[in-house]
Write a protein that binds this ligand. Structure first.
Ligand code: UT7
Length: 319
């Protein structure tokens, strides 16, 4: 039996850090409100001229270095993003060219904030079934470019970043399960409804969000999808060493942990310093908690995310 093992992780946040205080200059908001309602203190924004591929390349090279993996060993590059550099080719192909890999499969996944969970699960299917040995899985977004910085309902939440993991086929676990879901009936609750056609943007290029609806839905499905993973693996919540949630809002994370009966000491939280980085949030959180020693080999990790679509999912990993 093949399992996909995480053999390296990497992350990157752009240099420019914007505090809540700085945001007070741009929109009618305040530091205290943002902290109380979201738990966010700072977010990092990509510089003008910095592409998504620039962010993804740094995260990917860091993951490949930790994994001691050569670029030519990669059989698959799958990249979760909502903010690709081009309509086509995919940012996965752009990244492949930057890294100097030739011939691996490469494609993007568009599941917004669940993009990394979807990408990791897809890579896992290829490894489990013996089709490939090694995969580079990236979650990266420059979400700040889809945000209207005069709209206080959305702009306070988001930041830019990239995270990556290298997966390798092993006989020992590994990824134990993944559960992915979507319901397009919620397509208008959180959306960027515009598109590119006839050489220009058609429609609205900014994020529109019914925050309260997203909040309620997120807590409900994240609890359900974690329980689904536990049942499928004959585990209970006490068997989990770390919940690594999508970093959207501290109140969503704490409400979910409470419903699951999971103490907050077992939850990886990184959003205070980076905000919601969309598809990058889980691989960034993973990378931080592995590098600072919280996550140790043998620990059971439950990754979970929800995003526009709605899309949602969980992945159980024995690290
Ligand atoms: O990956 C998924 C991405 N999206 C999310 O995760 C979003 C999930 N939802 C949320 O995180 C929360 O709903 C928000 C943080 C967006 C909003 O928090 P809330 O507790 O749901 O606030 P609210 O929208 O109910 O607004 C409460 C009050 C309102 O004032 P009144 O009507 O009570 O006088 C708002 O006008 O807060 C006001 N408000 C603000 N005040 C200062 C809304 N946004 C702001 C702001 N600064 N940025």
């Amino acid at each position: 039996m093949n399992y996909s093992c995480i053999i390296g992780t990497g992350g990157y946040l752009p240099e420019r850090c914007v505090s809540n205080k700085e945001l007070e200059q741009w929109v009618n908001t305040n530091d205290q409100w943002i902290i109380e309602r979201t738990g966010i203190l700072n977010r990092h924004l990509a510089a003008e001229g910095q592409d998504l591929c620039d962010l993804a390349e740094i995260a990917a090279r860091r993951a490949l270095d930790t994994a001691r993996c050569q670029v030519q060993q990669i059989d698959l590059i799958v990249l979760g993003t909502t903010t690709p550099d081009r309509v086509h080719p995919s940012t996965a192909c752009l990244l492949q060219a930057r890294l100097g890999n030739h011939g691996a499969m490469a494609f993007d996944i568009q599941a917004v904030c669940s993009g990394f969970i979807y990408a990791l699960s897809i890579a896992d299917q290829f490894i489990k079934t013996g089709v490939i040995q090694t995969a580079l899985v990236v979650g990266a977004d420059i979400y700040s470019r889809l945000v209207d910085w005069t709209d206080r309902n959305t702009c306070i939440l988001f930041g830019d970043g990239a995270g990556a993991v290298v997966l390798e086929a092993r006989q020992e676990p590994g990824i134990l399960s993944s559960h992915l879901h979507a319901d397009g009936a919620y397509k208008d609750v959180l959306t960027v409804s515009g598109t590119v056609a006839q050489g220009r943007l058609q429609g609205d290029g900014f994020t529109k969000m019914q925050g309260n609806e997203v909040f309620k839905f997120a807590v409900k499905v994240l609890t359900e999808v974690v329980e689904e993973a536990l049942v499928a693996n004959h585990l209970n919540i006490n068997d989990i060493d770390w919940l690594v949630p999508h970093q959207a809002n501290l109140r969503i994370i704490t409400a979910t942990a409470k419903k699951l009966g999971l103490p907050m000491e077992k939850v990886v939280i990184t959003l205070a310093e980076q905000g919601n980085t969309s598809a990058a949030s889980i691989p960034l959180a993973l990378d931080i908690a592995i590098r600072d020693g919280r996550i140790q080999r043998g620990h059971k990790l439950l990754l979970e995310a929800v995003g526009s679509g709605f899309t949602w999912g969980s992945i159980l990993v024995k690290y």
